[in-house]
Design a protein around this ligand. Structure first.
Ligand code: UDX
Ligand code: UDX
Length: 450
């Protein structure tokens, strides 16, 4: 099938590469000429495991030109970013511009325009009207427009994007026209049936069978994405709330999480207590859900509480350090990890940057390291008074405390005795319940956990 994808970010690029891998003819369109050149040269524009390897296995075309792919496309995905505005509502400017460029270039054959970006509920109809208006403004003679809008929310996690796309838990498609649903069903058939050979570097999980398909109306498909992300976010906030109580009563939150999680109705995943969530989705999607509900005079107190707890966890880092060090002014704190989670260089809503700001406001000096995200942090946050470090050892230099912010595997393997020797005071605050406390204590550290 001929597929065009607008927006070569985490979602669009991964989707394009994986659809090409299972046999479709894919063109990725992006307005950023620099990004398109990078892609054409075979380089991944961001850090994502297996993305470069997959890029080498497929034949995807990359362009900035809508006219090259839209007229022929049978399915067009919109995967441009939808960042939050200050009031929590999503900024739909990019979505609008993509929809209108699609309308201007639409061909005569039936096309399905798919919202892959996380869009507010009801956006399907809005996108349809923009495509139609743009089509009518264009020079198409008297030919009637021939398209439908569908929703196909994305559930991939950064850091395991390729795995999640090839071996998804489910595929959700939503449209109000049967023909559109059928087309998306054919598009996803190889993934649903798992009829493709897995890439050599990424085996199909043991026992992984056919993938369930949820075929829904537009509004339900749109709401599924928000409801799923908000639920994951509140699961994390719930265990963090329990963690606060665990600390006071002398219980171990990780044991509590495990004991809870083995109840199949609850599940063990997303019960990792610590600094809490960051990234491009949970903050934005919970805010958007609250803002959509408000338009219908509805409050969502559970989702609001999840956000409040998440913000409190970041402040807690500062409070715990203050409790242990008594004074932050003039003290040096080293942050291990900048990315919002391991295996990505994404810094959107990264707790580390928020924590750095809070520490600087209280007079502390901040040093920071990340295995991949330092160059991006230097570029985006050059006005933040942080000393960017090339290694964990350099971060520990003369530090009064280290905070483990991102659970990168390599931090667990560090030679902690070497770090302790370099520090003014060997104190570590483990923000992810990730480090081996016994080993750290043996290396001379005072070990605290959030
Ligand atoms: C995605 C989704 O689209 C977003 O709605 C979801 O909530 C999070 O994941 P992501 O893939 O992370 O966003 O976006 P980003 O990495 O910002 O990439 C967007 C790409 O679209 C960029 O390469 C940008 O250059 C491109 N773009 C943006 C266009 O091609 N056209 C535009 O008009 C705007
Ligand atoms: C999320 C959803 O998981 C994905 O399905 C959706 O499509 C996009 O948003 P992503 O933001 O890439 O994916 O990362 P995710 O793995 O969900 O982690 C989000 C944040 O939660 C990270 O900051 C992570 O450190 C934190 N987290 C996760 C916890 O604090 N505890 C946990 O138990 C799990």
């Amino acid at each position: 099938m001929k597929v065009a994808i607008i927006g070569s970010g985490y979602v669009g690029l991964t989707t394009g590469i994986c659809l090409s891998f299972v046999g479709h003819e894919v063109t990725c369109i992006d307005i950023d000429p620099g990004r398109v050149e990078t892609l054409k040269s075979g380089t991944a524009p961001f850090h994502e495991p297996y993305l470069s390897e997959m890029m080498r296995l497929v034949k995807v075309k990359y362009t900035t030109d809508y006219a090259q792919a839209i007229p022929e496309a049978e399915v067009i995905f919109i995967a441009v970013g939808t960042p939050s505005r200050p009031d929590g509502s999503p900024n739909l400017e990019y979505l609008e511009s993509a929809a209108s460029s699609i309308g201007e270039n639409l061909g005569p054959n039936y096309t399905v325009v798919v919202n892959k970006s996380t869009v507010p509920i009801g956006s399907g109809n809005w996108v349809e009207s923009i495509v139609r208006d743009a089509f009518r403004r264009g020079n198409h003679g008297h030919r009637p427009e021939n398209f439908a809008v569908a929703s196909n929310p994305e559930f991939l996690r950064e850091g395991s994007a390729i795995h999640d796309s090839l071996f998804p838990d489910r595929v959700v498609i939503g449209a109000d026209q049967q023909q559109a649903l059928e087309r998306l069903y054919s598009l996803y058939r190889p993934l649903l049936d798992q009829s493709f050979a897995a890439p050599p570097f990424l085996a199909r999980p043991d026992g992984f069978g056919a993938v369930p398909l949820i075929s829904a109306d537009l509004a339900s498909a749109e709401l599924i994405k928000y409801a799923a992300n908000a639920f994951l976010a509140l699961k994390i906030s719930y265990i963090n709330e329990v963690g606060q109580l665990a600390q006071r009563v002398g219980a171990d939150v990780q044991l509590v999480a495990r004991g809870m999680g083995l109840d199949a109705r609850i599940g063990t995943r997303f019960l990792q207590a610590g600094i809490g969530w960051g990234g491009s989705c949970f903050g934005k999607d919970t805010a958007a859900l609250i803002s959509t509900a408000a338009e219908y005079q509805l409050e969502m107190p559970i989702v609001q509480a999840a956000r409040k707890i998440n913000s409190r966890q970041r402040e807690l880092v500062v409070e715990r350090l203050l409790g242990a060090m008594k004074l932050l002014k003039g003290k040096t704190v080293g942050l291990l990890g900048l990315a919002f989670k391991p295996n990505t260089d994404d810094l959107r809503d990264a707790p580390a940057l928020d924590i750095a700001r809070r520490l600087i406001e209280r007079g502390a000096r901040v040093r920071a390291h990340d295995p991949v995200a330092v160059p991006l942090a230097q570029k985006l946050y050059h006005d933040l008074a942080v000393t960017w470090c090339a290694s964990a050892e350099e971060t520990a230099e003369e530090a009064d405390a280290l905070v483990l912010v991102t659970d990168w595997a390599e931090y667990r393997e560090l030679d902690w005795a070497v770090l302790a020797a370099r520090m003014r005071n060997p104190l570590v605050l483990d923000g992810r319940h990730f480090l081996d406390a016994a080993r750290l204590k043996a290396s001379g550290f005072q070990y605290l956990a959030v």
